[in-house]
Design a protein around this ligand. Sequence first.
Ligand code: HSE
Length: 310
Amino acid sequence: MSLTVYAPASMGNVGVGFDLLGAALAPIDGSLLGDRVSISSADAGIHLSLAGHWADKLPQNPQDNIVYQCADFFLKQLNRKDGLALVLEKNLPVGSGLGSSASSVVAAIYALNEYFDNPYDEQALLRLMGEFEGKISGSVHYDNVAPSYLGGMQLMLGTQSKLCDAIPTFDDWYWLVAYPGISLSTAKMRDLLPKQYDKSVAIDFGRYLSAFVHASYQQDPKLAISVLKDVLAEPYRAAAIPGYEESRAALAEIGMLTSGISGSGPTLFSITDNLQTAKKAQTWLEENYLQQGGFSHICKIDVQGTRRTD
Ligand code: HSE
């Protein structure tokens, strides 16, 4: 028995929904932007090997790798002594704001669940994914693991029976994402935020997020764009991302509808319904925002989420 699972990159917050909204990404050129985990049987023990462009940035001791820890957890919980050979193909940079740790965790847990004949249901898997991702990012929030696992744009509900649900998306929007090439720790980017907010900010946050969700159901893109504002994180994180504020202004000049920080950064996202504008903006970002090791993709929302690719 051997299988391979792919979990797409994701964009936490989507600007307007700090910790409560996230979307999975699918580059329009068909490339897979996300990690892959393969599992096959092996002699006793857990054997983890690393592959992929970003593998050298991971801990070199296998036991420190979250994928190894997921496998160890499954074996212990299921009281199994199987030998497992795991391969993590690390296609996302760590600390990028593209849900890199979520992608590894989601691919690993989904693959392990398949390998052991699905002992956990969807909600139990989501909780596990959130807990394991939280070990890396420093706190449990589902806005990356949920869309990476289930696809689409996911709104966190946080109830006992349902952690999240998909909301409608705008099919003609392009999501341009640009990773500048530097790594920022999610925990540090969370520490930049205030412990408390003014009542007026709380009201604005509630209004923008609820209006965005309403606009999504109404399929009213103008309303959605006009309320896609981040009042909780962007004001405190923007200055920590080199070139972000200038880029945001330049993208508006180019005609992009709005821009924001993907997850906790440094990846920037920018929205348009015009492919030519997206390409123009991509060229600008490649020339002005990206440093060594950076990349950009024009994406649609990945509606499939995590899937087997073997
Ligand atoms: N919602 C999270 C944050 C996403 O902005 O801190 C990053 O993992």
